[in-house]
Design a protein around this ligand. Structure first.
Ligand code: HSE
Length: 439
């Protein structure tokens, strides 16, 4: 091969950084045949790195000062795998200022500062690639941005946090405790440094923000993504969902409506016959509905060392291939040309319409069901199914579970407020949205 190797600087030698070194060195020859030249990590930055702990690092100069790498004139591509907002943002902006191309797996960085980073990259004529930021090893950004470029995208829905899906799966299959499963996900290297990002839906909201922008050509608007975690889900909700023929998944959903774009992350009941309802453990899946292609499903490992490295290295190959092309003809970051992004509004959750699962703790006495049904009926909310268990001996309260038809969220909020005021209803109503995800 005639061309000189592409020199790469790697920021971060943790789970994904280590995987990237391993994959690049193990598959070096094949990757070079694909990229058209050798890809060589010459320098890496890591705090407290113990030499020899990652195979493939022998020929890499490791420093603990990441700024030395983004300032190194020999480096053409910087891979940012430190994560978090800062100093990742400063490092990436500095690399761009120094004329380097950037590959990152940092979803938080792209969801919050992507617009600023893309503008800086465009001004400088360098590439910023971030496939690994969404759904780990699944090439969902490439699929949406390039493979589905012919389509008007109607909606996308995904299981885009491996840790959360692992927890829900273990709760359902083995009845395990939430905290114990979370600790296992941390030990396996799936969870974020701050695991509340996983269980409170923030990590999924970062990824959904990026998916929505690519689907609809809108600026990144993380602050407008409605975010609800899985911490309130109880084993009994998982069991009731099963009885009605549904699975509870922590879903990110974005949909284009006449009034604006929905962007939301929350636990969701999905009919068990849908393929996506059967995506278990740490696996991710994204369902994208295009007007021409119909529903399409992308499935794979959404977290972990080598699966995420697979997406990182693919981006490096893309950049290496494109090094000689006209910067104005690169694939746009958010699929649509930057000057053609739309100002379509993002809908507040109160304006979103879904069906609902409601679980109430009620007194076992005559008329309770009628009062609840009449509150829902007065609000124009149609009940689809009801389940109430026979009380055990000496039990005075029983769970009552209802499935409703689709209704506007604000109307459901008002009905729930009235139901919670009933003397025969104990505590708060558990509400989980339902999506049928039909094509
Ligand atoms: N914490 C994330 C997850 C890692 O569990 O999916 C991949 O982004």
């Amino acid at each position: 091969m005639g061309l000189e190797p592409v020199k790469v600087g790697l920021l971060g030698l943790g789970t994904v950084g280590g995987g990237t070194v391993k994959v690049l060195s193990r598959n070096a020859r094949e990757i070079a045949r694909r990229a058209g030249r050798e890809i060589r990590i010459t320098r890496a930055a890591a705090k407290d790195y113990q030499p020899g702990t990652i195979p493939g690092t022998e020929s890499i100069e490791v420093t603990d000062d990441a700024f030395r790498i983004v300032d190194d004139p020999d480096i053409e591509i910087v891979i940012e795998l430190i994560g978090g907002y800062s100093p990742a943002r400063e490092l990436v902006l500095k690399a761009i200022e120094n004329g380097k191309h950037v590959v990152t797996a940092n979803k938080a960085l792209i969801a919050l500062h992507g617009d600023e980073i893309f503008a800086a990259a465009k001004a400088k004529g360098v590439m910023v690639a971030f496939e690994a930021a969404v759904a780990g090893g699944i090439p969902i950004i490439k699929a949406m941005r390039e493979g589905l470029a012919a389509n008007h995208i109607d909606w996308a829905a995904g299981i885009i946090n491996g840790t959360g899906n692992f927890i829900l799966t273990e709760m359902r299959d083995k009845g395990r405790e939430f905290g114990e499963v979370l600790a296992e996900a941390q030990a396996l290297g799936y969870a974020e440094a701050d695991p509340t990002f996983d269980v409170e839906g923030i990590d999924a909201a970062h990824k959904l923000t990026i998916i929505a922008s690519i689907a609809f050509g809108i600026p990144l608007q993380f602050d407008k993504t409605y975010t609800e975690g899985i911490t309130r889900i109880e084993p009994q909700d998982v069991a009731y969902a099963d009885e009605f023929g549904y699975r509870i998944k922590h879903l990110g959903i974005t949909r284009k409506t006449d009034r604006g774009v929905e962007m939301r992350v929350h636990p969701t009941l999905i009919p068990e016959r849908r393929l996506i309802a059967n995506v278990d453990g740490v696996m991710n899946a994204v369902l994208v509905k295009g007007d021409a292609v119909g529903p399409t499903l992308y499935y794979g490992a959404g977290a972990g060392s080598e699966p995420t490295a697979s997406a990182v290295v693919a981006d490096v190959v893309d950049v290496a291939r494109a090094l000689t092309t006209d910067p104005d003809n690169h694939v746009p970051h958010l699929a649509f040309q930057a000057k053609d992004l739309s100002d379509m509004p993002v809908l507040p959750i109160e304006d979103v319409e879904t069906a609902y699962y409601l679980r109430l703790q009620v007194r076992d006495q005559p008329g309770v069901m009628a009062r609840i049904a009449s509150i829902l009926g007065d609000a124009g909310i149609s009940i689809e199914a009801i389940k109430q268990k026979e009380p055990q001996e000496n039990e005075v309260e029983v769970p009552l579970v209802l499935l409703t038809r689709r209704v506007n969220e604000s109307r459901m909020n008002q009905a729930i407020e009235k139901i919670e005021l009933l003397e025969s209803v104990k505590g708060q109503v558990m509400r989980i949205r339902i999506e049928h995800l039909d094509g």
